[in-house]
Write a protein that binds this ligand. Sequence first.
Ligand code: ADE
Length: 228
Amino acid sequence: MRLGIISALAEEQHGLLEALQSPAKHVHGMREYTTGKLWEIDAVCVLSRIGKVAAAMTAAILVEKFGVTHIIFTGVAGSGDKNVHVGDIVVAESLVQHDFDASPLFPKFEIPLTGLSSFATDVALTEKLADAAAPFTRVHRGLIASGDQFIGKLTQIQAVKAALPAVLAVEMEGAAVAQVCFELGIPFAVIRTISDNANDDAAVDFMHFIKTVASRYAFDVIRNFCKP
Ligand code: ADE
């Protein structure tokens, strides 16, 4: 296994670079890929930056240039469900691009020529990540929706939920990584700590949370995941 670990922002990757043994930095396409050993696992850590294109490019480079065989995305998300609270973790079972709409050519949300409107995560990786997170907080599993919008208004999250009632969390990268991994045949998983309720308070809650709890969980969960 060679594991690619992507986060959008430095806070979401907190501690991982320091934990990498024999780290080596490689700059490519305006991103820094750090290779090394995370406990026993051969790993490559990288910050994708924000949004679906940024994440898709990063995932593709991880596979094509750095030879990763598996990918995990770790970061924060807004809640998409009343039972999912700030500080909880959501591990994706599938991901949808909530802002994708090629209708009437294709059904809304369907990614043309794949026949799919959501992409399933790898069952074994997802199970292992959920187990790694369980000691720290409440863990939910289900649908995560990604789009090129920060959901910071109640009306926005209501619109997403009206169209996709099963959504547990909203973020800006996971479903893009999911599509790339599906198309390249790479097993992947996505784990998100809830930083805000994707409502009118989301921006303030996000800024506070990302500096505090998010950074701790990212590290603890990945350490549990990687340790033999
Ligand atoms: N990531 C964290 N919170 C988010 C939100 N409310 N919308 C989109 N991405 C997020």
